[in-house]
Ligand binder design. Structure first.
Ligand SMILES: [Zn+2]
Length: 443
């Protein structure tokens, strides 16, 4: 807009120039005021404050179905409340739902003692229920400290017997991981039960079984109702779940902090909520969503998307991994599925002269358009895209325990969030409506 105004000044006859200059000065001044206002809300310091909390070790990697992710949800909801946006349901920002989950159970006794659910027993079983007792036919193996447990397991999984493994405590890390992932594999012929410690119990009876439970999940969602076009919706989203905790690496780090993936996107959503809540001029309704379950199958976005008539959703800005510089350096990001709608063109138009650039996704082979939470609504025709800077061919910390706050560029992140805020303005104002995704063209 400012660039256009300068152009008018030069085309104006001389006698009008003074008036235009006055108008220009006023516009220039108001642009500065606006710029100052957005800088007060969206800035590196605020990015750092939110990032620090979301990617802290005490969030335990924000894995779906864990207390760590629930702590993150409470924090995000509180930020939405402070922003002054409306809760999604009654007084709550939590959009709760359930998904069926298979739980592996182990019951029975070892040397007369009842095993508890957290007992040091791991298994990989061919059948859905299976009982092994000290009187059953099985082959016993002792896994010494010098043996490689994984290699032995791989060999036994191809066998056809029942095995009891007495695993030396030197293998505690692998054992604990196996214990957490007690699982059933119908393609096997063998059943493998592993006990921690090299001592064979004199009597035991163990039953493995599985049951389906309804597991609770929550998105965090807030709304700013539109002034004149309430029914028309624009969504800003990012996923707040991540990968949890793994075995410690050489430095003893076991937590997937997910500072970039996707505390960064969640941070953007929180800041955009604050920005638009203070701006208070949205003609269309804006919905802000932090999704759960992205890393385990996109449960959160699927449930969320089901709550809308997709024909009323004008655009979705899903934000994923904007914490590192893009392949073009600072002040740039890319849009997945760029060519599928004209949303990118609208954003570019609104950023003309700003020095910030949105590029088409440079990693088409990675199929990023289909790999994030925008995909569900895009499949219903919504101009739903993901904005990212992640260098998918070389992002070193991607899905590692090193995805920590120290690797992020807070200042650049603030610039990206500001660019999203400014470039989406004409869509939020109801002046621009992006074309819809042609679903017949999707794979
Ligand atoms: Zn992600």
């Amino acid at each position: 807009m400012a660039a256009c105004q300068i152009f008018t000044v030069f085309k104006t006859p001389l006698f009008m120039l003074r008036i235009s200059l006055v108008a220009f000065t006023m516009l220039f001044a108001s642009t500065i005021v606006l710029a100052q206002k957005i800088d007060q809300i969206i800035n590196a310091k605020e990015v750092e404050r939110i990032e620090k909390i979301l990617s802290a070790d005490n969030m335990e990697g924000r894995r779906t179905f864990t207390p760590g992710i629930d702590r993150a949800a409470v924090f995000i909801a509180e930020e939405f409340r402070k922003a002054g946006i409306q809760p999604v349901k009654g007084s709550s920002y939590l959009q709760e739902f359930t998904v069926p989950q298979i739980q592996s159970l182990i019951t029975g006794t070892i040397d007369g003692k009842t095993v508890n659910p957290g007992a040091d027993v791991a298994f990989i079983s061919a059948s859905d229920t299976y009982t092994l007792t000290s009187d059953s036919a099985f082959e016993k193996l002792i896994i010494k400290s010098t043996d490689t447990l994984q290699v032995t397991l791989r060999r036994l999984m191809g066998g056809s017997k029942n095995y009891l493994l007495l695993v030396d405590t030197a293998h505690h890390e692998i054992f604990n991981a196996l214990k957490q992932g007690r699982r059933f594999n119908p393609s096997m012929k063998s059943n493998i039960i592993m006990l921690y410690g090299p001592t064979e119990p004199s009597s035991f009876s163990l039953t493995l079984s599985k049951k389906t439970v309804q597991a609770a999940l929550k998105n965090v969602v807030g709304i700013i109702p539109g002034k004149s076009k309430k029914d028309e919706i624009v969504i800003f989203s990012g996923h707040y779940d991540h990968l949890g905790i793994t075995q410690p690496d050489a430095n003893g780090d076991s937590i997937y902090n997910g500072a970039n993936d996707d505390a960064a996107g969640t941070t953007a959503v929180i800041m955009l909520a604050k920005y638009f809540a203070q701006k208070k001029d949205n003609e269309r309704t804006i919905v802000f969503a932090a999704f759960t379950g992205e890393e385990v199958g996109g449960f959160g976005a699927r449930y969320f998307s089901g709550q809308f008539d997709s024909s009323k959703v004008m655009a979705m800005f899903n934000i994923e991994m904007i914490g590192t510089d893009s392949k073009w350096g600072k002040n740039s990001a890319y849009i997945t599925g760029y060519e599928k709608t004209d949303l990118g063109k609208i954003l570019e138009k609104n950023l003309a002269g700003s020095g910030f650039t949105f590029y088409p996704d440079p990693y088409p082979k990675e199929q990023l358009f289909y790999r994030s939470d925008n995909a569900t609504l895009a499949r219903q025709g919504v101009a739903a895209h993901t904005i990212s800077t992640s260098k998918m061919d070389s992002e070193k910390t991607y899905h590692t325990v090193d995805d920590e706050i120290g690797t992020l560029d807070m200042k650049n992140m603030a610039e990206i969030i500001k660019a999203i805020a400014i470039s989406s303005t004409s869509i939020i104002a109801g002046k621009d409506t992006p074309s819809r995704v042609d679903t017949k063209m999707l794979r």
